[in-house]
Design a protein around this ligand. Structure first.
Ligand code: NI
Length: 296
């Protein structure tokens, strides 16, 4: 009798453990499955967002106008590649990771600007080398440095939205996301005369809610990246940035950099020269997408 009772208890505890395990597995994977099916996107949301911490957002003082002493501590993960990169679904997706693999086009992208110290010298380099790039602007930086935002547009570069204050939008409330996107879109349009069609979510953190809100604000594409130069890391140098870019760049690549460090601006000049020598040409992200779409 006693033995039976023990066995019965063991059975119940075993069942409880199994159920707990099942609940754990489902809650950790099911959300992604639902998301992919619902949105019809080409793959899971990028960059392993579960590892991201909102408290790791770069401080205001990191951006503004001076070279940051403390780099953002949050890792920029290389986003997950779409599993069906050549399918019609992937083509239709608003998530863009790269252009055509067999093209000779590369898109240079610069985040977190504009910045009065670094953006002007970068613009000079790009003009000298006859290169067009894409700048993903922060609303708060545009407010601080409207003349620089305007000069980016006047030089023929593409302007993209990068939120107002660089939060983790995956964790933000609907109201916060709406304000971050709408305020930035309005400010860029008012300041530089163009309303961005492309958006780069801070840290690559996105969600179906972020997508829906951005679409309502005139954004057609979310631009991730193929190559992270790691220029935002404290221990990166001009040489390490150049080395990583040249090692990983390929046809259709989208290269992630920031116009908030001297080392980035100096590295960009070398990266452009070296990749030109290899036969690549530089386009904006919208041109990269157009090139891809024309082939399909
Ligand atoms: Ni950023």
């Amino acid at each position: 009798m006693l033995n039976l009772k023990v066995l019965k208890n063991r059975g119940i505890w075993g069942l409880i453990c199994l159920l707990t395990l099942l609940v754990f597995v489902f809650t950790n994977s099911f959300g992604e499955i639902v998301y992919v099916k619902k949105k019809g996107d080409s793959g899971p949301p990028p960059e392993g967002a579960s590892a991201q911490k909102s408290s790791d957002s770069p401080q205001q003082s990191d951006v503004k106008n001076s070279e940051s002493k403390t780099s953002p501590t949050e890792e920029y993960k290389i986003p997950a590649q779409p599993q069906t990169a050549n399918s019609k679904d992937a083509y239709k997706s608003i998530y863009v990771y790269s252009g055509l693999a067999n093209s000779k086009s590369i898109a240079l992208t610069f985040d977190d600007g504009p910045n009065a110290n670094f953006t002007p010298s970068l613009l000079t380099i790009l003009q000298e080398k006859n290169v067009k790039a894409t700048f993903f602007l922060l609303g708060e930086q545009v407010k601080l440095f409207p003349a620089q935002a305007k000069s980016i547009a006047e030089a023929g570069h593409e302007l993209g939205c990068h939120s107002y204050s660089h939060p983790n939008l995956r964790k933000a409330s609907k109201e916060t996301i709406e304000k971050e996107i709408a305020d930035t879109q309005d400010l860029i349009e008012k300041t530089a005369g163009v309303r961005p069609k492309v958006f780069r979510p801070p840290y690559g953190n996105s969600s179906s809610q972020v997508v829906d809100i951005c679409k309502k604000n005139g954004i057609d594409y979310f631009i991730f990246w193929t190559v992270d130069t790691n220029d935002w890391k404290t221990n990166s140098t001009k040489d390490s940035i150049i080395e990583k870019a040249l090692k990983e760049a390929k046809g259709g690549a989208i290269i992630l950099m920031h116009d908030r460090f001297t080392k980035s601006v100096e590295a960009a000049a070398v990266i452009i020269d070296k990749l030109k020598e290899k036969g690549y040409n530089f386009v904006t992200v919208s041109e990269l997408i157009k090139e891809r779409d024309n082939i399909k």
